[in-house]
Each structure stands twice: as structure tokens, then as C-alpha cells.
Ligand binder design. Sequence first.
Ligand code: ADP
Ligand code: MG
Length: 230
Amino acid sequence: MPLVEIRALVRRYGKGHAAVEALRGVDLVIDHGEFVAVLGRSGSGKSTLLNLLSGLDSPTAGEVCVAGEDLAGLSGDELARYRSSRIGIVFQSFHLLPGRTALANVAMPLVIDGLPPGERRDRAAAALAAVGLTERAEHRPSQLSGGEQQRVAIARALVRDPALLVCDEPTGNLDSATAAEVTGLLLALNAERGVTVVLVTHDRELARRCATRIVEMVDGAVASEEVIAR
Ligand code: ADP
Ligand code: MG
């Protein structure tokens, strides 16, 4: 069974003449262990697609199944549980708590889960190690570079061991060298740890270096797909 099955997915915003069809029938199947890079112009529907995949938004029509579960059938509480247990989400902005250390930021989802402090620390430390930031565990975000802050955000997204890591232009705020470093981390997490990744990016070169498949969106639909030998 594929990890993700998206069928005839439509998302319309607004009504009548003002309606915008952000997605107009997207079909996309993603297997376990894939690294799918989503390319496309601004406004082509990439973020809308990721938000539906992440259970942050609901479709107008069509379906999103993840690990055999149809998200449309889930209640608000169940969707929240889906997000916390199955999905790690990384955005362009890092959304770190400024007053907390890197370790405490990474542990935050586990606080919400009600895990005991010892276990939180151990799991957060392991996630920080996975992104190469063990030495920065006690630093606050303001003491970290942009690339390090995004790596902390990636560790936080991984701390619950999600089946799928969803990244919406995670390197959009970073210079090109740092962007390459962060994308290299995503590649390593995919290739060495088997984390399935969906990455929205503007950078075709970076996408070609890390993805196993490139999906190109045009005007709310998948215009082409290309498998990349890695
Ligand atoms: P991308 O991430 O590829 O830049 P988006 O998914 O953000 O594209 O947007 C796709 C289209 O949907 C755009 O035309 C955008 O203006 C529109 N759109 C996105 N979110 C909303 C919203 N909340 N309300 C109305 N229109 C929206
Ligand atoms: Mg976007």
C-alpha cells in the first residue's frame, strides 16, 4: 500500500465569481521512502496541496489517504491526532520559541503528548543528534544561525517519528550555501533513515540533487512528473 494516495483533489477558495480554484484535480501517489520535490510557480497550489496532505485544511472534493486512512473521514480531534502522530511539518519560518533552548523546542511536541521529562529529553536529544546539533542543545534560537534554527525545526518535526516529513519552502529564508546544507540534511534523513519527504522548493537544482521524483505543478494541477536516479 502506498503511503499517500491523493485522488481528484480539488480546493476552491471563496464562492461565485470570486472563487479561486487553487487545486483543480490533483492525483498523486507517494510510496514509503520516496523523496518527492514539488516545483511550480508562486500561486500554482503547492502550499494548498501540502496543507491538505498535512490535515491543516479540508478539500472541496477528492480524497487524501495517508497510510490507508482517508483524512476526509476524520473529525477535528482525529485530524489533530493524525497531525501529531503521522506528520512532521516544516515551514519557511522556523516558528521556534525564542525563550527556550534548542532541546526544549524540539521536546515541545512531547510536552503536548504528556510524556515524562526524562523520556522527552532522551527523544529530543536523539532528534537533535539526527540533525547534527548535539553541541547546540542548550543554545537559544537567537544564538543559532538561520540554518541551525531550521535544523532545530526539522528535529522538532521528527521527534515523534512521523511517517512523512512535509516541508514547505524550508530554505526560502536561507542563503544558497545554507539552503544546500539544509537540503543535504533532508537527503540524509531520507537516504539513511528512510524518512519519506515531500519538499516544496523553488530551487530546481537542489531538487534534482536530493529528490527521487520531481512533481511539477501548473495552475493547480500536476503538469509533469519525473523520476530522478540518485
Ligand atoms: P503556492 O504555494 O504554489 O505559491 P498556494 O497554494 O499558496 O500557491 O496558492 C494557490 C492559489 O490559491 C493562489 O491563487 C492563491 O492566491 C490562492 N489561495 C491560497 N490560499 C488562499 C486563501 N486562504 N483564500 C483565497 N485564496 C487562496
Ligand atoms: Mg506556497
